[in-house]
Design a binder for this molecule. Structure first.
Ligand code: FPP
Length: 255
């Protein structure tokens, strides 16, 4: 799937034609650990639920901004397989917000060429949410402007184990020997199999850890940590992260 838009050229004056800088700075696939909703609410003496609600507004803005900037794939960590240990009412708030978000934004995805994808074991969510997700996946399957991959009930170790189980089944069927197992086999069995390599992984709220997100895929990604709390993360902050990405020299283990 070729999702990369053509570079925009300025033709205002042929004599001085300049290439408008690529706002993505070459980042095709950007992922975000959206952290800090609770602290945002606490700082403002508001209930945690309002922090999450404001977090959804930030999601909406960043999805729009990423589409405008020409990012090909945006992967968002919305609910981890460890988030089930949160209080029941908070889980219920998060699920309610997810429900509302899909229902209210699906038309915008359809109109704006956004293809929805879900990584993680989303089938364990409540049946009505699974149905909403699967309808949205169907309705946006033909879109090719940007992929919005939402991580739901996602944990990287769980994803890697599921991928390993698939590879082990292939070995059991006699399709390959244990010695033939190569990184490509894992890549092809991961939830992200159809996505381009992860270029940039952003985490908001000042925490400096990966929290079981895209551990395999982040092997050569650039990491960007910001103190900005997720509800305050906007287009300008995304531009800042992409600029930082553009300023780095990626060597992928070479020199
Ligand atoms: C971290 O805040 C955020 C999450 C639990 C995941 C992100 C969820 C949203 C942005 C809302 C729902 C998303 C969608 C796509 C509908 P935190 O509670 O861990 O914050 P804290 O560390 O400050 O307490």
């Amino acid at each position: 799937m070729n999702l990369r838009p053509a570079r925009k050229e300025s033709h205002d004056s042929p004599a001085t034609a300049t290439t408008v800088a690529d706002p993505t700075h070459g980042a095709q696939h950007v992922a975000i650990i959206m952290d800090g909703n609770g602290r945002w609410a606490k700082k403002k003496h508001l209930p945690r639920a309002l922090g999450h609600k404001k977090g959804v507004e930030a999601v909406r803005n960043i999805v729009r901004a990423a589409g405008e900037m020409g990012i090909n794939v945006l992967t968002l960590y919305a609910f981890s397989s460890e988030n089930w240990s949160r209080p029941e009412d908070e889980i219920s708030d998060l699920m309610g917000l997810l429900r509302q978000y899909i229902q209210s934004d699906i038309e915008e995805f359809v109109e704006n060429g956004i293809k929805l994808k879900v990584i993680g074991n989303y089938k364990a969510l409540e049946p009505d949410i699974v149905k909403l997700i699967e309808d949205a996946l169907d309705r946006t399957a033909g879109n090719d402007r940007m992929v919005l991959a939402i991580a739901l009930n996602y944990g990287a170790q769980d994803e890697i184990v599921r991928a390993m189980q698939n590879v082990a089944q292939a070995v059991k069927r006699g399709e390959l020997t244990p010695e033939q197992i190569a990184p490509e086999h894992l890549n092809e069995a991961l939830d992200t199999a159809d996505l381009p390599p992860l270029d940039l992984l952003i985490r908001t709220s000042g925490e400096i850890r990966l929290s079981n997100f895209l551990l395999w895929q982040a092997a050569y990604s650039e990491l960007y940590f910001t103190d900005v709390l997720w509800p305050d993360f906007d287009k300008r902050e995304l531009q800042r992260a992409l600029k930082s990405f553009g300023d780095r020299q990626r060597r992928f283990g070479g020199r």
